[in-house]
Design a protein around this ligand. Structure first.
Ligand code: DIG
Ligand code: MN
Ligand code: MN
Length: 388
């Protein structure tokens, strides 16, 4: 035990599909044997996780009978009781079965769209039964290879209709549940609709119950698009829409790597953790990641521990940043405000506009102002490298 040992208060969660990843990839067969949901719960408990999440079919196979479903759920509940793990989030697998080959909610086939709705209603019931308060929608098949196949306006309408229907389902059943949409730019479709946090935020405003719908941003997915993930998270937070978050790591411009948190873009991970801790984010820290294909289950456990330890180490680095006298002095210098322009703080008025119009500005002096960002960033790097 050290100060980087995970505790329930840290709210670290993993999906069954993460530590249960079998090591299959597009070019290779599984390298790990399948563990049951109960075995995965025990593995996560040993690693120190707070909670476990699942897609409906991670827990209950798509062709399970009602009796098999009940047995599986009963045994899973017992494992949760034995370990103390909770289920903060659930979601639907609307991407594995071939029926979804052209999408689920945005399939051209109305029968598939209807089946996706039915499957999601049942999956919501399962998630609520196990205690989930957040329900994620990742549209892994909601996209195209050829835009000859679908009008994006039809796709948007069908997706909107599905979410409106499901929001009404949640309200009608009195479920304490909110929806978190998870964007991704591509993969497994050539282009996915609603590819980024920004696109999703715009889409949410078109829904009937926008208050019930927020974001589940994922590091890897914004990185795939070459975007600054912390900026995306800040925009979701600013909109009151950061309902959940998928933590992992990812090199820019590659396929979805879902790497161990903080294992690649360490500086980006630091600024993300600093943001989440500075604003007091209280949601799950969900690691939607998986171990290398080369890992056995002992190394899978190390993967899970690594995700949580790196988060806690970066959390301590963020505290050191906030308490570093030299860094904070530089930030005070950079953000100094003598109050001369406070007359603009209340927004527009004719007086403010008149006073502004009469205000002289010396561009040369303003442009010559000192901004010690090299010093500031070097101090940040040295803090991350452990020499301050
Ligand atoms: C992949 O990034 C997606 C699916 O694993 C799941 O629907 C969602 C849950 O976090 N993330
Ligand atoms: Mn991913
Ligand atoms: Mn994800």
């Amino acid at each position: 035990m050290d100060s980087y040992t995970p505790k329930p208060e840290h709210k670290f969660t993993f999906g069954l599909w993460t530590v249960g990843n079998l090591g299959r990839d597009p070019f290779g067969e599984p390298t790990r044997s399948r563990l049951s949901p109960v075995e995965l719960v025990r593995l996560l408990a040993e690693a120190g996780a707070y909670g476990v999440n699942f897609h409906d079919n991670d827990l209950v196979p798509i062709d399970a009978t009602a009796a098999e479903r009940d047995r599986i759920v009963r045994e899973f509940k017992q494992a949760l009781a034995d370990t103390g793990l909770v289920v903060p989030m659930a979601t639907t697998n609307l991407f594995t079965d071939p029926v979804f080959k052209d999408g689920a909610f945005t399939s051209n086939d109305p029968a598939v769209r209807a089946y996706a709705l039915q499957k999601t209603m049942n999956a919501i019931d399962l998630g609520v039964e196990l205690g989930a308060k957040v329900y994620v929608f990742w549209g892994g098949r909601e996209g195209t290879e050829t835009d000859a196949s679908k009008n994006p306006l039809d796709a948007a309408k069908w997706f909107r209709d599905a979410l409106n229907f499901l929001c009404e389902y949640v309200l009608d059943n009195g479920y304490d549940l909110k929806f978190a949409l998870e964007p991704k730019p591509n993969e497994p479709r050539s282009d996915l609709y609603l590819p980024s946090v920004g696109a999703m935020l715009g889409f949410i405003t078109t829904l009937d119950h926008p208050d019930l719908v927020g974001l589940n941003p994922e590091v890897a997915h914004e990185h795939m698009a070459g975007l600054n993930f912390m900026h995306a998270v800040a925009q979701a937070w600013d909109a009151g829409k950061l309902f959940h978050i998928d933590l992992n790591d990812q090199l820019f411009g590659r396929y979805d790597q879902d790497l161990r948190f903080g294992s690649v873009m360490l500086k980006q991970a630091f600024f993300l953790v600093k943001f989440l801790e500075d604003v007091g984010y209280t949601g799950s820290r969900h690691f939607d990641a998986h171990a290398y294909r080369s890992a056995d289950y002992e190394d899978v456990k190390e993967f899970a521990r690594g995700c949580m330890r790196t988060y806690l180490i970066l959390k301590e680095k963020a505290q050191r940043f906030n308490n570093d006298a030299e860094i904070q002095a530089l930030l005070r210098e950079i953000t100094a405000d003598d109050g001369v322009y406070a007359f603009l703080a209340q927004g527009y008025s004719r007086d403010a506009a008149a006073q502004l119009r009469a205000t002289p500005f010396d561009r040369a002096t303003l442009g010559a102002r000192r901004l010690p960002y090299e010093r500031l960033d070097q101090l940040t790097v040295e803090l991350l490298l452990g020499v301050r």
